[in-house]
Design a protein around this ligand. Structure first.
Ligand SMILES: Nc1ncnc2c1ncn2[C@@H]1O[C@H](COP(=O)(O)OP(=O)(O)O)[C@@H](O)[C@H]1O
Ligand SMILES: [Mg+2]
Length: 151
């Protein structure tokens, strides 16, 4: 597993990283975003949306678990936070095997439904606005994606 590490100092930097990532992805790809509240997961997702040409504003899907956005590819923004106690399958296959990009916040709550091949990001809050973003590829294609992202 070839990890890469990124540091950002503003929300815009984090969005730009997400935007760059979007251009490297293919239909069916699954991205997970871990890290505490306020770490920057949704900010990163906004960047992915921009990269995919989504025009609508992406926000935290507080009351819905999945929000679908339409860009060059569909973007499935999944927030599993509310599944913490149930780990319920709400038909994830349909998203993970659909023809869009799935971005999952709080993936630990739906671990057993996640595909083995995926790209995991771990967000850590540092002093001030600094964020440490670790890219952990699962599978060869995502190793390539991580490397390209770091170029
Ligand atoms: N370097 C940074 N990267 C991402 N967000 C940042 C950064 N610095 C400050 N922020 C702010 O931190 C907050 C992150 O919120 P959000 O992306 O919703 O986090 P999460 O989805 O992980 O709970 C936003 O208000 C954003 O403007
Ligand atoms: Mg969020």
């Amino acid at each position: 597993m070839k990890q890469k590490q990124f540091e950002t100092y503003t929300a815009e930097d984090t969005q730009r990283l997400g935007q760059k990532l979007a251009l490297l992805l293919r239909p069916n790809d699954v991205i997970t975003l871990s890290g505490d509240l306020g770490a920057g997961k949704t900010t990163f997702t906004k960047g992915i949306g921009t990269g995919l040409g989504v025009m609508r504003m992406i926000n935290s899907p507080t009351f819905t678990i999945v929000k679908t956005y339409h860009g060059e590819l569909p973007l499935y923004h999944i927030d599993a936070y509310r599944l913490e106690d149930s780990e319920e399958d709400i038909g994830f296959d349909e998203y993970f095997n659909g023809d869009g990009i799935s971005v999952v916040e709080w993936p630990q709550f739906i671990e057993s439904f996640l595909p083995d091949e995926r790209l995991d990001f771990i967000f850590e809050r540092k002093a001030g606005d600094k964020r440490l973003i670790l890219c952990e590829p699962k599978g060869e294609f995502f190793e390539y994606v991580c490397e390209e992202l770091a170029r």
